[in-house]
Structure formats: C-alpha cells, structure tokens
Ligand binder design. Structure first.
Ligand code: GDP
Ligand code: ADP
Length: 219
C-alpha cells in the first residue's frame, strides 16, 4: 500500500502514516494545522463523521460531514480504512485518498483516536508513527475546551469526563508530547516527523544511491 516517492534529498522512500491523538482539547487540531502548513510532503487525512459541524468548520476541509445512513453505507462498502464511535458519533478514515497520497510519495497525517490508531497499526505496522499529545494539567485542558468556544457546557463536561479514559492509552503510542507551549510542542512533533522520514528502512532508494556514490568514487 505504501509505495514511496522521493524525499527532499531525491532518495526514494516509503510514505508514512503520522498519527496524532490526544484527549479532546489538548491541541491536536492546532498542531495538525501547523504541520500541514509548514511541512511539505504531508497531507491531512480528512475523516468522515456523523457529528454536527462546529462554527468555523468547513465541510471537506475539517471533516466530511455525513449522516448516519451514509456512514453505514461507507462501512459496508469497505471504503473506510478504520472507523470508531467517539462521543456517540461515528468517525472514520476514507481509504482511497490515503492510498492515493501514499502511492504519490506523500506522508499522511491522521487526527484520530486510540481505537483508530490500533486499527491502522494492525493494518500497516511498519508505516505508522504515532504521537500522543498530553495537556500540561486538567485545568489547562478545561480552559482550552472553553477557550475554543465551540461546544456547549454539556458537551465540554462530557469531553472532560472522557479525558482520563482516553489518556489511559498513552503507552500504546511511539512518542509522547506535552503541549505546554504550542510552538515548543510543534517543534517537537516536527522533529519526530523529520527523524522518522530519515529512518533507513523507509529510504528504499538508498541501495541505488550508495551504489551511485561508490561508482563516482571509483570512476
Ligand atoms: N478512529 C477515528 N477517530 C477519529 C477520526 N476523526 C476524528 N477522530 C477522533 O474523534 C475524536 C473527537 O473529534 P472531534 O469531535 O473533532 O473533537 P476534538 O477532540 O475536539 O478534535 C478525537 O479524538 C479525534 O481524534 C477518524 O477518522 N477515526
Ligand atoms: N499550548 C497551548 N496553549 C494554549 N492554548 C492552546 C495550546 N494548544 C492549543 N490551544 C488551544 O486550545 C483549544 C483546543 O485545541 P485543539 O487544537 O482544538 O484541540 P483538540 O483538537 O485536541 O481537541 C484551541 O482553542 C487552541 O487554540
């Protein structure tokens, strides 16, 4: 599934699936947007969801907003790479755009929960790099959910009461980043992606590249 393109240095490599998860409000949407804006070669996976659109969200950019019947049809037609129920709504990753991006040599960024991360890992272990974002404190988490000003008090209470359960999955992730300062957290997440892109086994074009270098040295 993950036929690679070329890295910035011209050596062919496998695309990777970069997953950010966190309890709601810890900052994964913010960090995802920063990554997409600042890291060439990275595409966002736009999930389908049955949840209502928030003010400021755009259909097709933040999510594909679908009704329950459409979501069910996508599941039955095997159009979702993974899917899960979170906060009484269904969320899933459309398969086709991910496969297209990876085979075009792009990396794909996922903002999905621990259930989706487990499913991706089962399907493509070697290509998944997962990062769990933690808030610095419960008070900060609550402040951020309120400051986003997009959910009712009732929804915020529900998200706060789910946070501890979601956080219990932290040890299933490859990396943990505590989001104190957003620029620092971004720099950390960016370093992870940069380092993972350089992993030897992802740079499938290295054998040819080194042979070329050796040829130049002998010639
Ligand atoms: N498994 C899975 N989880 C998703 C998907 N899209 C979003 N989520 C997760 O669903 C949860 C709720 O997302 P959302 O309603 O946008 O609220 P947020 O937590 O404030 O971003 C978050 O943990 C997301 O990471 C998806 O396609 N698959
Ligand atoms: N390091 C940070 N310090 C203060 N506020 C932050 C930080 N990171 C994110 N935020 C704010 O917290 C709110 C929740 O962040 P968001 O990225 O929507 O979280 P998530 O996608 O994990 O639910 C947003 O209003 C965002 O601007």
């Amino acid at each position: 599934m993950t036929i690679g393109g070329h890295g910035t240095d011209g050596v062919e490599r496998r695309g990777l699936m970069f997953v950010l998860s966190s309890p709601s409000g810890a900052g994964k949407t913010t960090l995802s947007r920063m990554l997409i804006d600042r890291m060439p070669g990275l595409r966002m996976s736009v999930s389908a969801t049955t949840r209502a659109m928030r003010p400021g969200e755009v259909d097709g950019r933040d999510y594909s907003f679908v009704d329950k019947a459409t979501f069910g049809a996508m599941v039955r037609a095997d159009q979702l790479l993974e899917w899960a129920t979170v906060f009484d709504n269904s969320y899933g990753t459309p398969r086709a755009p991910v496969e297209a991006a990876l085979s075009a040599g792009q990396d794909v960024l996922f903002d999905i929960d621990w259930q989706g991360t487990q499913q991706l890992r089962e399907k493509a272990r070697a290509d998944v790099v997962s990062v769990f974002i933690l808030p610095p404190s419960a008070a900060d988490l609550e402040k951020r959910l309120h400051s986003r000003a997009q959910d009712s008090d009732e929804v915020i209470r529900k998200r706060m009461s789910r946070a501890s359960h979601e956080m219990s999955h932290w040890a299933e992730y490859d990396y943990i980043v505590i989001n104190h300062d957003v620029d620092e957290a971004f720099a950390e997440v960016q370093s992870i992606l940069k380092a993972e892109r350089l992993k030897r086994e992802r740079q499938t074009g290295l054998v040819g590249f080194v042979r070329g270098l050796q040829g130049q040295l002998q010639g």
